[in-house]
Write a protein that binds this ligand. Structure first.
Ligand code: GRF
Length: 207
């Protein structure tokens, strides 16, 4: 059984997709051992509660320094017995020490086709604003392992989504969530839980 810690900051629709996929059996051999938010107001906490999952808040503002927060974050994840950490809209940077300790065991969902519209500053609606500004016809989502860079780790899955001529950042964000994120994040977790993902350097092989 793969223990998953899901780290969240916001509405938690990706968390919900994982919960639903575990319940429906499309994710095999995995359970969520912890939901952790950096934000007391995250609706994701309510979703966790409703699903009977242990949910915790660690807010950076409650700690004397970022280092103290980072330490508490890693302790909490380690203490939960997580084998895999899923960043599902988590807006804090994962500390270097934790990235090393969990090499190829932290995954992130990013709402674009990496390497487009990713890296520092590309989060939330900013990603979709940039895609529309550039006039791309196709965008999408990417699930990747987390390394020490921003959105630079090995790519596990990607799914393309068409951009409509009348899209706003919000409508594009929603379509990418519905058509890509909520599908490929649970799919990637299932592939990891069933041992089908091999990583060599920056290349991922699905077996
Ligand atoms: C998603 O768009 C995800 O790709 C990004 O943050 C958003 C989180 O949404 N990293 P939710 O909290 O899962 O609803």
């Amino acid at each position: 059984m793969l223990n998953i810690a899901v780290l969240v900051s916001g509405s938690g629709t990706n968390l919900q997709a994982i919960i639903d996929a575990i319940e429906s059996g499309s994710i095999h051999g995995a359970r969520i051992c912890l939901v952790l938010s950096n934000n007391y107001g995250a609706y994701a906490l309510e979703r966790a509660k409703r699903a009977g999952i242990d949910a915790k808040v660690l807010s950076p503002g409650d700690f004397a320094s970022r280092d103290h927060f980072n330490e508490a974050l890693q302790d909490e994840v380690t203490g939960s017995g997580a084998d895999l950490v899923v960043l599902a809209g988590f807006l804090c940077v994962i500390p270097e020490k934790m990235v090393k300790a969990y090499e190829n065991r932290i995954i992130n969902i990013h709402p674009s086709l990496i390497p487009s519209f990713c890296g520092t500053g590309y989060y939330g609606l900013k990603v979709h604003e940039a895609a529309l500004e550039r006039g791309v016809r196709i965008s999408g989502a990417t699930v990747h392992f987390v390394d020490s860079g921003t959105d630079t780790g090995p790519i596990i899955l990607q799914k393309a989504v068409e951009v409509a001529s009348d899209d706003t950042p919000k409508s594009l964000q929603r379509r990418i969530m519905e058509q890509a994120e909520w599908k490929i994040l649970p799919e990637a977790i299932d592939m990891i839980a069933t041992g089908r993902v091999r990583v060599e350097g920056r290349k991922v092989t699905i077996i």
